[in-house]
Write a protein that binds this ligand. Sequence first.
Ligand code: SF4
Length: 321
Amino acid sequence: MSETLLELRHVTRVFDLSQGVFRRVARLTAVADVSLTVKRGEVFALVGESGSGKTTLAKMLLGLLPPSSGEILVDGAPVTAKDRVAISRRVQPIFQDPYSSLNPRKSVAQLIALPLIVHGVGNRASRRAKVMEMLDLVGLSRRHYDAYPGQLSGGQRQRVAIARALILRPEVVICDEPTSALDVSVQAQILNLLLELKRELGLTYFFISHNLAVVEHLADRVAVMYLGRFVEERSRAGLFASPRHPYTRALLESVLTPDPDLGVPDTRIGNTTAGGESGCPFNPRCPDAIDICHTTPPAVRTLPDGWATCHLIAEEAVSAS
Ligand code: SF4
C-alpha cells in the first residue's frame, strides 16, 4: 500500500466569466498550478481567506469539477468528473453548514442511509443496522433515528452530516469549514469527534479552514493559499513557530483579532483580492514588499519542513531554520 493517498499534480482551474452588455469573456484563474501530496492517515489543512480558491479545490477533489489542467490522484488512480459515484466511495465531504446540507424533509435515518442507497449497499435491515451503528459512533442517541433536521441542534445536525459522510467508510474526508457555522461551545466537541473518528476508522482528512486556531489543534501539515496559489506549505509545528511568508504571518496575527461579526480573520493588510500586475501576486497587500517584488515572481524556497515563495527568504535563514 502506497504511503501517498491523495496527490495533486500541477492542478489549475480557470473559469470563463461573461461580462457587460457585449458579454465579453473574462478569465478567472481560481486555482493556479497547485501540487501537493497527502499521506495516508494525515490531516492536511488548507488555509486562506474567502476567495482564495479553497472551495474550488475541494470541488475538484470530490470530482464535482474537472481541473482545466493537471491531475488529481487518489491512491494512484486519477480522479475525473466521470467517476463521481466511484470517487464518492473513497472521498466524502463534510460541509460548513449542516442547516443547508441536510434536506429538512428527510429523516435522520434517510439522510444517513442515502450513500448506501446510492451505491446499492445492503438491504433495508442491514442499512437500518448500519445507521444505528453510525448514530452510536457520532454520539447521537438511537432515538434520533426518526427525527428530522428541524428537531436537532446545529451540533447534532453536523453529527448527522458526519455519520452520512462516514457510512461508506471512505478513505479521505474533505472537511470544508466543518465547524464555522456552529456555536463556539459546540465547535470543540465536533473537532474532538472528528479526531476520535480519524483514530478509530483510520481516516485521512483534507481540512479546509480560515481559522488557524482550529488548524493548530488538528493538522499535521498546512498549506497556505493566496489567490489560487500555494504560498507556503509546512509542518504544523514549523508554520506556527516560524511562518516564512508575509501572508502566513498576517493570517497568524489575525487569529488574535478576529472580527466576530464577519467570522473571517481581519488580516490588517487590507481586503483587496486583486493580484499584483507583475511580480509577486501578494505585492499590493504585502507590508514587506521590496522593489523586486513588483517585477519578478518569487521562486520556491525549500525549507527543512516544507517550502515557501518569497523574495525575503534568504538562503542563510533557510539553513538556520
Ligand atoms: Fe511580500 Fe515580496 Fe515576499 Fe511577495 S515576494 S510576499 S511581495 S516580500
